[in-house]
Design a protein around this ligand. Structure first.
Ligand SMILES: *[C@@H]1O[C@H](CO)[C@@H](O)[C@H](O)[C@H]1NC(C)=O
Ligand SMILES: *[C@@H]1O[C@H](CO)[C@@H](O)[C@H](O)[C@H]1NC(C)=O
Ligand SMILES: *[C@@H]1O[C@H](CO)[C@@H](O)[C@H](O)[C@H]1NC(C)=O
Ligand SMILES: *[C@@H]1O[C@H](CO)[C@@H](O)[C@H](O)[C@H]1NC(C)=O
Length: 264
């Protein structure tokens, strides 16, 4: 339903953003489906101004090469979020007339990292590289815990619970946003002291969830099956929802023409 309501034009920016994001090699974080879900959820909540700016920043020409140095910039996800928010803020809130940043890249990285900081193991412990060195079996497949959280939980959910259709999963999450979680959404969006973005808040939530859900009962060599899958999936779905809502909120704050006038 969510897709049908939307014109091809609206879908286009998500597509472009994803094409660019997929070119980021070696970045830990949600897999392709997770990022798609976050962008898709965000899209519904963008203001007209924000959507217009997002489209403007993602022209066809933006399909070009996107170097993989992103993997190295990524060492500190909260720092990267502040960095790219600041670049977009100074460009769009009129503080810096000279545009020395590539704002297309800034938007792309910002969207990417806001998604990733919501993956609990993205900010897991450095000693195990966020679960990358914890070898586990996901049902009969050998993998590592980080990959389980990036990709496998979402994959298995799409295949076994959502008729192999990612769009159906996204719609289920969207229904919760307007229903079961509707009272929480405004607190997800808010950052204290009128900050544009608050990655430290998102990251500390992730750390708590990593301890409480991701690492628990997932010792090296363990086999993770239904019990782990079904108890962790709701966490993953809520984090995708929060990532999408917050991405939209941040872009709406950045690309809000009223703020520009008020501060001028
Ligand atoms: C900005 O980055 C995008 C994506 O990497 C690239 O396609 C575009 O050419 C860059 N623009 C400028 C002005 O360098
Ligand atoms: C901030 O962005 C610039 C590119 O615009 C990049 O060179 C730098 O590595 C980034 N720093 C962080 C911490 O992400
Ligand atoms: C929807 O919310 C309920 C209640 O919090 C939760 O049990 C369920 O897993 C959620 N479903 C999705 C798709 O997020
Ligand atoms: C946040 O912004 C609103 C309106 O712009 C202002 O009234 C309020 O005092 C600000 N709050 C803080 C904590 O800065």
């Amino acid at each position: 339903m969510g897709f049908r309501r939307m014109g091809w034009h609206e879908l286009l920016w998500v597509g472009r953003l994803l094409v660019l994001m997929q070119l980021l090699h070696g970045v830990f974080g949600w897999g392709k489906d997770g990022h798609f879900a976050v962008c898709k959820i965000a899209e519904e909540y963008l203001t007209k101004d924000a959507l217009a700016t997002v489209k403007e920043l993602l022209p066809d020409s933006a399909r070009g090469d996107c170097h993989d140095t992103a993997g190295h910039k990524d060492r500190c996800v909260t720092g990267a979020i502040f960095n790219y928010t600041k670049q977009l803020f100074s460009a769009y809130q009129g503080y810096s007339p000279q545009l020395s940043y590539n704002l297309t890249e800034a938007l792309m990285f910002l969207a990417h990292f806001i998604g990733d900081v919501h993956q609990p193991l993205h900010v897991g412990f450095l000693g195990d590289l966020g679960g990358n060195t914890i070898t586990v079996s996901w049902y009969r497949r050998k993998t590592n815990l980080h990959h389980v959280w990036d990709t496998m939980i979402i994959d298995s959910a799409v295949k076994t619970l959502y008729g192999s259709d990612l769009a159906t999963m996204i719609q289920a999450i969207q229904r919760n946003i307007t229903d079961a979680w509707s009272n929480d959404v405004s607190s997800w969006k808010n950052c204290g002291h009128n900050q544009t973005v608050c990655p430290n808040v998102y990251a500390s939530e992730s750390v708590r969830m990593a301890c409480k859900f991701a690492y628990r009962n997932a010792t090296p060599g363990s086999t993770l099956e239904d019990e782990y899958f079904l108890s962790r999936l709701p966490i993953v779905e809520k984090r995708l929802a929060q990532g999408g809502i917050r991405l939209a909120a941040v872009l709406n704050r950045l690309f809000n023409s009223e703020v520009k006038i008020a501060q001028a």
